[in-house]
Design a protein around this ligand. Structure first.
Ligand SMILES: Nc1ncnc2c1ncn2[C@@H]1O[C@H](COP(=O)(O)OP(=O)(O)OP(=O)(O)O)[C@@H](O)[C@H]1O
Length: 291
């Protein structure tokens, strides 16, 4: 990837009545880049520099450096235990919640290191939403599920508007618009996962992290989630962990291949990774020779 141009913007977040804004002045260093194909101009939104993670004495990630482009889908693939989920959790500091975890290195979101002392992890998680493997709606109504994140953070919004907008973006509105006060647990698995996506996007995050979001779903629901991810990338940056290489090939623009030991072996355009990877180890993994 060639760095073409670098501009710096300053974004002052209003603190006003919003307790999640922490009065921090975010220096946004936006790198303008051209993809390997030379056809798309993209900006880097997440950049990791030499990120290392340990769980007690065991190292889970080794020196991970990569630039994740804005408004694209970036897939993380690799064999079980190679650190994909650990890396995802570095981006929104969910590893902070694991006592044994220790993170070193720098992880920039819009040019600001999220591990700086002045970053509030709760405010960060509003900017970086997350969807998990198993749909996990709360035992509350569909409406309350969508509004949950905003309400716990005390953010006042036009509730009807946010509920409709989030459910529309999650491709669920038409199926639930007449039953918004019914429990989210009464929906099918695929609908529950789209409800969780609506809940994650209601606070309008910049980045959406998805940790194997379709692995617990049937093929039809999986296909709906894949179509949805494609649509979401028009508005959000999506970073997805998947065990399913065909899924990564279908839905992602960029692919990062992690291999055993927590090493990022190759990161490039998805087409290049699947058709002509640089690394023999990646080729062996992609072609099923190991992993
Ligand atoms: N909470 C934890 N405490 C201790 N070790 C952990 C914890 N979470 C993950 N690990 C270890 O860190 C390493 C990387 O795990 P991680 O879940 O990030 O891998 P992964 O590639 O996402 O795996 P999978 O594809 O199976 O979900 C593994 O060795 C795992 O056992």
């Amino acid at each position: 990837m060639t760095t073409e141009d670098t501009t710096t913007e300053t974004v002052a977040e209003e603190s006003s009545n919003d307790p999640t804004n922490d009065d921090m002045l975010i220096q946004t260093d936006v790198s303008e880049s051209v993809s390997a194909s030379g056809t798309e101009s993209t900006r880097t939104i997440v950049e990791s520099r030499n990120v290392n993670v340990w769980y007690d004495d065991d190292q889970a990630l080794q020196d991970i450096s990569m630039e994740i482009p804005e408004n694209q889908v970036t897939a993380m693939i690799g064999p079980s235990g190679c650190g994909k989920s650990t890396f995802l959790r570095c981006i929104n500091r969910m590893n902070d919640l694991i006592d044994a975890a220790r993170v070193e290195g720098e992880l920039y979101l819009g040019g600001k290191n999220v591990y700086d002392a002045d970053v509030d992890p709760v405010a960060l998680r509003r900017r970086v939403g997350m969807v998990f493997q198993k749909p996990n709606p709360f035992p509350k109504s569909i409406r309350e599920n969508v509004l949950y994140g905003l309400k716990v953070q005390g953010i006042e919004v036009d509730e009807d508007e946010i509920v409709e907008q989030s459910l529309r973006r999650a491709a669920l509105w038409d199926e639930v618009k007449d039953r918004l006060d019914e429990s989210g647990l009464e929906l099918s698995g695929g609908q529950q996962q789209r409800l969780c996506i609506a809940r994650a996007i209601a606070p309008d995050p910049e980045v959406l992290l998805m940790d194997e979001p379709a692995s617990a779903l049937d093929p039809i629901a999986t296909s709906q989630i894949e179509d949805l991810i494609d649509d979401l990338a028009e508005q959000y940056t999506v970073v997805i962990v998947t065990h399913n290489m065909q899924q990564a090939a279908r839905i992602s623009d960029k692919t990062a291949v992690f291999l055993t030991g927590g090493e990022l072996v190759e990161f490039d355009d998805t087409q290049k990774i699947f058709e002509n990877p640089e690394s023999d180890r990646v080729e062996d993994y992609i072609t099923g020779k190991f992993g």
